[in-house]
Design a protein around this ligand. Structure first.
Ligand SMILES: [Zn+2]
Length: 431
């Protein structure tokens, strides 16, 4: 089957490409870019991409698909439809499900389910410790040998420095990457939002930024000591950014991601006690957001990941203190980033695609995030100018809860192609 995307603005940071042209897809792979000779025949599907950006499909290295065990919140089918709607062609679910994905059999089972039910590609992240209890390492080598792309106790901080140290050493021998949810529990654990002027005003106990700073500092030091590779999830504090910046300068194998919500919202969003603004780490104050933007721009923060964390509506529909943390992110990420960072000239389009597709794929060693000839035809078409209003009723995710509810965004994925198949067009997921 042949597919031609005609006359779009092709942006591919993996080959420093930003040009108007065509992309030709054959048998699920990219066979020509920009100068496509007339190879089209009767069987070729042609999509007019004029006025649109044609880019590598987005890669989200941090989502929660909630399957197995928590399907009231989300499952593979609903979560990957949300991904397709948002322009993502690959998502990496975290292992904090029920059961926790902490052995090779569960990894293999998830991979099979992903193939059967996923609308987009799924790459599995295994647990670092057994049951994510932080006491004993999980079967790291077996999981990596069976296709896990990284290891994480996400949802929890790895409190034991010893466990993280041995994990870094052990994973390092297999070239495995550890992803850290870096918030020191004894400082952050009881808080509901960022500690600062707004938390004081609202009378809510805070999660101080220093809890994240300490955790990131320790993680960087252990990566340096062991020579292992660590990736810091959802960085949200200025101190963490500075710590990662310095560690990178020393040659530590550290990479980091930041979420659209931490880049575009502040703790002021919590005023009114909207539970759709409750998340860990919390939305922080303006000076932290500015430090995150600076870190993203100078390469300290490598990737943008959503931390898509859907909950059933009833779970979020309660008093702020008791509501679970997290919210849906896959269907608003691109719009929020284009609105908040591209249209305000903080990032170029090429930088946006790099942070949302090319670099996360590179960090995880995936054959994705590129339009190079021979690569799988995972492609997103973006209308950077389309204005739309966020309405969670229209979401494909079961997590009908977002801090962007009712907000006007500018920029949207208008088609998603996975392995040469058009899985979303005009906002409608086809499978
Ligand atoms: Zn986390």
């Amino acid at each position: 089957m042949k597919l031609v995307l005609k006359g779009g603005r092709i942006i591919d940071p993996s080959q420093q490409l930003d040009e108007i042209g065509d992309v030709l897809v054959e048998d699920g792979r990219i066979v020509a870019v920009v100068n496509v000779e007339k190879k089209a025949d009767k069987t070729t599907t042609v999509i007019d991409a004029s006025g649109l950006v044609v880019a590598p499909g987005l890669v989200d290295m941090h989502v929660h698909l909630r399957e197995p065990g928590l399907e009231a919140k989300e499952d593979i089918a609903s979560g990957t439809r949300a991904a397709a709607a948002g322009g993502y062609t690959t998502v990496c679910p975290m292992p904090n499900t029920n059961p926790i994905i902490d052995n090779a059999i569960l990894v293999a089972g998830m991979k099979e389910k992903a193939r059967e039910e996923g609308v987009v590609n799924i790459q599995i992240i295994g647990a670092l410790s057994k049951g994510q209890q932080g006491k004993e390492l999980a079967e790291i080598g077996d999981m990596l040998a069976n296709g896990a792309v990284a290891l994480s106790d996400d949802g929890h901080y790895v409190e034991s420095a010893y466990i993280l140290k041995t994990g870094l050493e052990y994973a390092g021998t297999f070239g495995g990457l550890i992803i850290s949810h870096a918030e020191e529990e004894s400082l952050a654990g009881d808080g509901f939002m960022h500690e600062g002027a707004v938390s004081a005003m609202l009378g809510l106990r805070g999660r101080p930024a220093v809890a994240e700073d300490i955790a990131v500092a320790r993680d960087c030091l252990l990566a340096e000591y062991t020579g292992g590779a660590i990736h810091i999830a959802h960085v949200s504090s200025a101190g963490a950014v500075e710590c990662i910046r310095q560690a990178k300068q020393r040659g530590v194998k550290v990479t980091a991601e930041v979420t659209p919500h931490h880049l575009t919202l502040t703790d002021k969003a919590v005023i009114g006690f909207n539970t759709a603004t409750k998340v860990n780490p919390p939305l922080r104050s303006e000076e932290h957001v500015e430090a995150l933007l600076a870190g993203l721009k100078d390469g300290t923060l490598d990737a943008i990941a959503t931390d898509h964390a859907p909950h059933a509506f009833e779970e979020k529909d309660m008093e702020f203190r008791y509501a679970p943390s997290g919210f849906a992110g896959l269907e608003t990420a691109l719009g929020a980033i284009l609105t908040g960072l591209y249209h305000t000239k903080k990032l170029t389009l090429s930088e946006v695609i790099d942070k949302m597709a090319t670099t996360p794929a590179r960090i995880l060693g995936l054959e994705a995030g590129t339009l190079k000839m021979g690569a799988p035809a995972d492609i997103v078409l973006i209308d950077t100018e389309q204005e739309w209003t966020v309405d969670s009723k229209n979401f494909y995710t079961r997590g009908k809860c977002t801090p962007y509810e009712g907000k006007k965004l500018r920029g949207k994925a208008v088609a998603t192609i996975v392995g040469g198949r058009i899985v979303m067009q005009g906002g409608e997921v086809k499978e």
